[in-house]
Design a protein around this ligand. Structure first.
Ligand code: NAG
Ligand code: NAG
Ligand code: NAG
Ligand code: NAG
Length: 268
């Protein structure tokens, strides 16, 4: 008898969990980003968002994450009393691929959410504070080709479902030359999704242009209208087979490991 009760209890708990927590919960559950040590006795000159005295590197990681910093410097300096103390400098952006703003300085350590990466041909790299690092390719490819271009470089077509991302990225999209981003819908699933398998319905933000989405399915391009139109940037549905420039989002270290995990899971 108690056993039946226990099973019933577990069943109710599971049903309640599934009812409350659909797949969107996974997206809203943000684990701590991963910051790795990139260089010792060097400091990045990227703009500092905030700083704090911390007891150790773990505390600095928590602080940087709370500020949504993409990188940080950890300095070990002597205070007025002559005692060593650690100062955490949360940085707005990590070092660029060529690390030109990294300067040698004793007792500093530079940490980043991003591995050291190289720049693909015919592209530029931009940092959107708090959002990430993005590669803008001037080469035109169709959507599936653009997807594999990004994947080969440990990146994905850029997630744009937030104001920060859509507005931030649009500043680098040339006018009258829309770029593919990571948002599409096919016949099979029939839902708009980003490249992380997250449904559009899991987010509140929308940037559809007038009359958009114009088609039941397709791929989304980010449009930066010329100033004369005084319209904010918007999303537009285009056929997936056309060739356009595109924007990849570089995967932070934490995603590169989970992507590997996901790949392995699919294989088994
Ligand atoms: C490093 O990259 C920046 C931004 O892409 C570029 O402006 C600069 O010329 C590069 N510097 C070197 C030495 O390659
Ligand atoms: C880069 O651009 C140049 C000039 O447009 C072109 O000749 C070359 O094939 C491009 N490289 C790639 C990898 O697309
Ligand atoms: C992609 O990430 C993996 C795992 O971190 C790494 O081994 C590989 O070198 C990376 N590839 C590129 C092109 O950066
Ligand atoms: C993109 O082009 C490739 C090569 O031409 C083709 O195999 C693929 O089907 C195209 N993708 C779409 C979505 O049209």
């Amino acid at each position: 008898m108690p056993r039946v009760n226990l099973l019933l209890f577990l069943f109710i708990i599971c049903a309640a969990y599934l009812a409350i927590c659909d797949h969107c919960c996974v997206i809203n559950y943000q684990k701590l980003p991963r910051y790795d040590l990139i260089k010792t006795n060097w400091r990045s000159n990227q703009p500092i968002i905030s700083r704090k005295v911390v007891s150790n590197v773990e505390k600095c990681k928590e602080f940087a994450a709370s500020k949504r910093a993409l990188a940080f410097n950890l300095a070990s300096t002597r205070n007025r009393a002559g005692r060593r103390e650690n100062t955490c400098q949360a940085l707005q952006c990590p070092e660029d691929f060529n690390m030109t703003t990294l300067v040698p300085e004793a007792n500093y350590r530079y940490y980043s959410m991003y591995p050291v990466f190289s720049l693909p041909e015919n592209s530029t790299i931009e940092c959107i504070p708090k959002a990430g690092m993005f590669v803008f390719s001037s080469e035109s490819l169709n959507y599936t080709q653009a997807q594999s271009f990004c994947r080969k470089r440990n990146a994905s077509l850029a997630h744009v479902i937030s104001e920060e991302r859509t507005e931030g990225l649009a500043r680098f999209v040339s006018q009258n030359r829309p770029s593919f981003v990571g948002l599409s819908k096919n016949d099979k699933e029939g839902i708009w999704k980003n490249e992380f398998d997250e449904s559009l319905s899991c987010f509140d933000y929308r940037a559809w242009g007038e009359g958009q989405p114009s088609h039941f399915k397709g791929c989304v391009a980010l449009v930066n209208p010329p100033p004369a139109e005084s319209s904010p940037p918007f999303w537009k549905v285009v056929p997936c087979y056309i060739s356009l420039p595109f924007i990849c989002e570089i995967s932070p270290l934490s995603q590169q490991s989970s992507r590997q995990y996901r790949k392995n899971r699919h294989r088994t």
